[in-house]
Design a protein around this ligand. Structure first.
Ligand SMILES: Nc1nc2c(ncn2[C@@H]2O[C@H](COP(=O)(O)OP(=O)(O)OP(=O)(O)O)[C@@H](O)[C@H]2O)c(=O)[nH]1
Ligand SMILES: [Mg+2]
Length: 473
C-alpha cells in the first residue's frame, strides 16, 4: 500500500491524477444526465486522502494488506447467554469469514476453525488449551503469515497479546473490511468514505494504548483530528452535490428505485437485468460495489426510472465503519421505492435477510414501500421457494418482467400516476394532445368502431386537469 501511495502522491501533486479522473468520470457514473459531479472533489482533498504521513500512522494500527497473506481464520462464537446467535450458526459465520479473506487480492486461507468461548472479553480471547492448539496448527500449517479473528473489533491489548502469542499480525473484521474497502474504492467519493471510515478504528486503538507515548499520541491525535475535519468537509461538498442532483431528478419527474441487500446478493446484476446496461460488471466477491450510482431504465409503461445501486450490508461490522457511506446511501433511502434483493441460494439467507431488514429500518424515516425479491433462484430447486415470494434470476433473466410490473405498480401509485384507457378518434386533435402531453403505452383500434383508437396512457392528476380544460376549449 505504501508503495502505491508513494507513486500516486506526485501524480496527485501535479494534478495528473485529477485530470485523468475527470477523463474517466463517465465510466464511473453511468447515468449521464444526472451524474454526480465529482469535480467538487479538489486536488487538495485528494492529496489529503493519499497523505503519506497518515498511512505511516494507519499501518501501525490497521496493518498492511497489499502483499497478501496466508491466513489462519478463527471464528469465535459465544456458547450461551444473551449474546448467543440463534438465527445463524458458527459454521456459516466461518464461511463468511473465509469469503471476506478471499475477497482481498493475494490473500488465501490456509487453515480455519471455530472456537466457542463464554465471552469475548479475555485478553487472550480463548483459554490456554485452545491457544496451544492454534499455536500448533499455525506451526504445522504451511507458511501462515496472519491470523484473522472474525469478530467485530478486538481491543488493542487483545491485538497486542495475540500478536505476541502467535508471533503474527492479527486482523479483526473492522480492519479486514477496511482493507477490502481500500482495495475496491475507485471513485473519489468512495475513497473519501473509506478514509473516513478507518479513522475511528485508529482513534480507538490509540486511546487503548498505555502511557509512555502520550506526547507522540497527542501529536497524532491532533493530526488525525485535522484530517478527519478536512475529509468530512470534502464529503459534505459531495453530499450537497448529490442533493442538487436529486432535486434536478425530481424536477424532471424521474422516479427512483433503490436496490439494497446483503453484499453479493446480486444487486448490481439485478440492475443490469432491469436496465440492460452493458457497462455494469457484477463480480463474485464481497463489497464489489462501494459507490451509490444511478442507472436509467424503462418500466413496461415506458416511464423512465433511475435504479440506484448501493453498497451491500454485512453482519458484525461496527456502525462507525458504515457511517461515512450513509451520506451517499441517502440517495437510496429517499427513493420512491426500495427493492430488497437477497440471495435465495445462500445457506445463511435467513440471518442475511433479517440483518438487511433491521439496517434499512433503522436508516429510513417513516413508512416506505419495500419489495423483497429472492434472487439466484436458478441455483435452488423451485420447491424451496415459498409461493408468496417473488423469485428471480438476475443472470438467467427469469422473473424480471414480473418484478418490473410490481415496481411499476408501486412507482405509479407513489408518484401519483395512473394508467387509464382513453377512446379517441384516430388522427384527432385530442389524440395528438394525448401523444404530446402523456406517455402512451399502448394504442389499438377500437374493434367496435375502427375510426376510434383505444389508448392506454400514463397520467397524473395535473395532466387530467389540463386534459379536461383542453376538452372544454
Ligand atoms: N447463478 C446466479 N448468479 C447470480 C445471480 N445474480 C447474481 N449472481 C452472481 O453473484 C455474484 C455477485 O453479484 P453482484 O451483482 O455483483 O452482487 P452485489 O449484490 O452487487 O454484490 P456487492 O456489490 O459486492 O455487494 C456475481 O458473480 C453474479 O454473477 C443469479 O440470479 N444467479
Ligand atoms: Mg454490487
Amino acid at each position: 500500500m505504501n508503495q502505491i501511495f508513494k507513486r500516486l502522491l506526485p501524480l496527485a501533486k501535479s494534478g495528473l491524477l485529477f485530470r485523468n479522473r475527470i477523463m474517466h468520470r463517465k465510466t464511473w457514473f453511468v447515468s449521464s444526465r444526472f451524474r454526480y459531479e465529482d469535480a467538487f472533489f479538489t486536488v487538495e482533498d485528494e492529496r489529503e486522502v493519499l497523505n503519506q504521513e497518515y498511512y505511516d500512522i494507519a499501518n501501525e494500527y490497521l496493518g498492511t494488506a497489499t502483499k497478501g497473506h496466508r491466513t489462519f481464520v478463527i471464528q469465535p462464537f459465544i456458547r450461551c447467554g444473551k449474546n448467543l446467535k440463534t438465527i445463524t450458526n458458527n459454521e456459516l459465520q466461518l464461511a463468511e469469514a473465509v469469503a471476506l479473506v478471499q475477497t482481498l487480492p493475494y490473500w488465501t486461507v490456509v487453515d480455519k476453525m471455530c472456537i466457542g468461548m463464554p465471552n469475548l472479553d479475555r485478553k487472550e480471547l480463548m483459554g490456554s488449551g485452545k491457544l496451544e492448539e492454534v499455536k500448533t496448527r499455525i506451526k504445522c500449517g504451511r507458511n501462515i503469515t496472519a491470523v484473522f479473528i472474525s469478530t467485530t473489533t478486538l481491543r488493542h491489548d487483545q491485538l497486542l497479546q495475540l500478536e505476541k502469542i502467535f508471533g503474527l499480525p492479527i486482523y479483526d473484521r473492522y480492519s479486514l473490511v477496511i482493507h477490502i474497502f481500500r482495495s475496491h474504492a475507485k471513485s473519489p467519493e468512495a475513497k473519501l468514505q473509506v478514509a473516513l471510515a478507518e479513522i475511528p478504528y485508529i482513534y480507538k486503538k490509540m486511546s487503548e494504548l498505555e502511557s509512555g507515548r502520550i506526547n507522540l499520541l497527542e501529536k497524532r491525535r491532533l493530526y488525525l483530528h485535522a484530517r478527519e475535519s478536512q475529509l468530512k468537509a470534502a464529503l459534505k461538498k459531495l453530499k450537497q452535490n448529490r442533493e442538487a442532483v436529486r432535486t434536478k431528478r425530481k424536477k424532471f419527474g424521474f422516479a427512483t428505485v433503490a436496490i439494497v441487500g446483503y453484499t453479493n446478493a446480486g444487486k448490481t446484476s439485478l440492475i443490469k437485468a432491469l436496465t440492460n446496461d452493458e457497462k455494469l460488471e457484477p463480480k463474485n466477491y464481497l463489497f464489489a460495489t462501494l459507490d451509490t450510482t444511478a442507472h436509467e431504465g424503462l418500466l413496461p409503461c415506458k416511464m423512465k426510472v433511475l435504479y440506484i445501486d448501493t453498497i451491500g450490508f454485512i453482519q458484525d461490522v461496527p456502525e462507525r465503519l458504515i457511517e461515512p457511506f450513509v451520506a451517499t446511501l441517502e440517495d437510496a433511502l429517499v427513493a420512491d421505492l426500495i427493492v430488497h434483493v437477497y440471495d435465495a441460494s445462500h445457506p445463511d439467507k435467513t440471518a442475511q435477510i433479517e440483518h438487511v431488514r433491521k439496517t434499512v429500518k433503522s436508516l429510513i424515516e417513516g413508512d416506505k414501500p419495500i419489495i423483497e425479491v429472492a434472487n439466484k433462484c436458478d441455483l435452488i430447486p423451485p420447491e424451496e421457494i415459498p409461493e408468496d415470494v417473488l423469485s428471480i434470476s438476475s443472470t438467467k433473466l427469469t422473473g424480471i418482467d414480473l418484478l418490473q410490473h410490481r415496481i411499476q405498480k408501486h412507482i405509479l401509485s407513489e408518484t401519483g400516476r395512473s394508467i387509464i384507457r382513453m377512446r379517441v378518434e384516430s388522427g384527432s386533435e385530442t389524440s395528438a394532445w394525448l401523444y404530446k402531453e402523456t406517455t402512451v403505452i399502448q394504442a389499438n383500434p377500437d374493434p367496435e368502431d375502427l375510426q376510434f383508437m383505444l389508448l392506454d396512457v400514463v397520467v397524473t392528476d395535473d395532466i387530467l386537469h389540463r386534459f379536461r380544460r383542453f376538452l372544454k376549449q
